[in-house]
Design a protein around this ligand. Structure first.
Ligand code: IPE
Ligand code: IPE
Ligand code: MG
Length: 238
């Protein structure tokens, strides 16, 4: 349990709608991604203000490589710029930058910038900003299964010792608690391969607001919706 009034310790967001935001303004999709990236630190600050320790943002999925090379390149460039430009703000906010996904496949410039910012912020304690990058829920489960199989093969663990608690140790970040609340902006009613294991019992909140427009007020609405939920975890109504 968390110690804030909304009862959310980990908020995860599917940041969708950058393209539609740009289109509505007659701009290139890249302008939407830029506006989306600029929203990240603002939301991080509001998240902290609402007493939420962990913020996880879906920034690039394992399926997003299907987009035109120019768009993918632009997103990777934005990632590099984000980790460089926002580093002072993350230090000031005492936020640790973290990442989940198949990071090895990110282009060097983006990956090295990311790793440098993660290293520079590793002792920050007031919050954890996790970027899901080249992340897929299925890929994470497959990667966990491979790591487990390697441990079995090396004779370090018995195959039938596996249970849910042990399996979680093989996820990208075993320290990351499951999100109480998952928000998706832009109205699509789907998960798009996000945190498949971790969101088994997360509450979902979907808003039509596009990611670059999702602000403190919209966040508060999501948290208020969460506060009114009856979370049963398969049990009976309290
Ligand atoms: C989300 O915005 C950003 C990423 C997936 C990287 P989109 O680019 O998916 O925006 P829409 O869905 O086309 O509006
Ligand atoms: C989900 O958005 C992925 C991220 C926000 C990074 P998409 O725009 O890629 O999802 P679909 O294609 O609408 O399912
Ligand atoms: Mg989208």
């Amino acid at each position: 349990m968390s110690d804030n009034s909304f009862g959310v310790n980990h908020l995860a967001i599917i940041m969708d709608g950058n393209g539609r935001w740009a289109q509505a303004r007659g701009l290139e999709r890249s302008a939407g991604h830029k506006a989306g990236a600029e929203n990240v630190l603002k939301i991080m600050r509001s998240v902290k203000e609402f007493g939420i320790k962990y913020l996880t943002l879906y920034a690039f999925s394992t399926e997003n490589w299907k987009r035109p090379a120019e768009e993918v390149g632009g997103l990777m460039k934005l990632l590099k710029e984000f980790t460089f430009n926002q580093l002072p703000a993350m230090q000031k906010e005492d936020v640790r930058l973290n990442a989940i996904g198949r990071l090895d496949a990110l282009p060097d410039a983006a990956r090295l910038g990311l790793l440098a910012a993660m290293k520079a912020t590793r002792n920050n304690r007031s919050g954890v900003l996790t970027l899901a990058l080249n992340y897929g829920g299925r890929a994470e489960l497959v990667d966990a299964a491979v790591k487990f199989a390697q441990e079995v093969k090396a004779g370090r663990v018995a195959p039938d010792a596996l249970d849910e608690n042990m399996f979680e140790k093989y996820l990208y970040d075993p320290e990351l608690p499951p999100p109480e609340l998952v928000v998706r902006t832009s109205g699509e009613l789907r998960i798009s391969n996000f945190l498949l294991w971790q969101m088994a019992y997360s509450e979902l909140y979907i808003t039509d607001v596009l990611w670059p427009d999702f602000d403190r007020h919209e966040l508060q609405k999501a948290l208020e919706s969460f506060r009114g939920r009856d979370r049963r975890f398969g049990g009976v109504k309290k």
